[in-house]
Design a binder for this molecule. Structure first.
Ligand SMILES: [Zn+2]
Length: 166
């Protein structure tokens, strides 16, 4: 009897296979079935190419390396974060910078580290400018509210307390 590998995350039996690519993203980019004109080929590190029949094809999953619970439940927040980043990227609201780094445990000896930053009105510089503008406007309001015109114009409801009905 061959011994099953252990989950890299929690150490229990690795009885499930993780997707190499998110199934939802594959479905979004290639559709639900990949046959004929819509065929998709997957290349492995060994150089072989195989037809992948759909987003859940075995070729698109790693060998068992995680338990069912870690793969389906525990990794959910990370899957959702990746989905959000992909949505922002597809809306051109996100920049990605990819940097190859050494990864001794990877079959290729390297991996890609990805840096994300928001773009346009959500970019760091644009947000800093908006904060600076808001601070200037607040200062202007504070200065003008200390003038004689503003005295005695407080909201008449201010300071009143609700009286419960008898
Ligand atoms: Zn696990």
């Amino acid at each position: 009897m061959t011994e099953l590998p252990t989950c890299w995350w929690c150490g229990s039996t690795a009885d499930s296979r993780e997707h190499k690519f998110k199934a939802g993203e594959l479905r979004a980019s290639h559709g639900p079935e990949w046959r004929g004109e819509a065929a998709v080929v997957h290349g492995s590190f060994g150089g072989q190419q195989q037809d992948a029949r759909g987003p859940k094809a075995d070729e698109l999953k790693w060998p068992p390396s995680m338990c069912e619970d870690c793969n389906n439940r525990r990794s959910q927040p990370f899957d959702r974060a990746q989905t959000g980043l992909t949505e922002l990227y597809n809306l051109h609201m996100l920049d990605r910078r990819r940097q190859p780094i050494k990864a001794p445990l990877s079959p290729t000896g390297k991996t890609i580290r990805t840096y994300y930053s928001l773009t346009g009105p959500y970019a760091q510089a644009a947000r800093a400018a908006a904060r600076a503008k808001a601070a200037r406007e607040r200062q202007r309001r504070l200065k003008s509210s200390t003038g004689p015109d503003d005295q005695g114009t407080a909201d008449p409801a201010e300071g009143q307390t609700a009286t419960p009905a008898p």
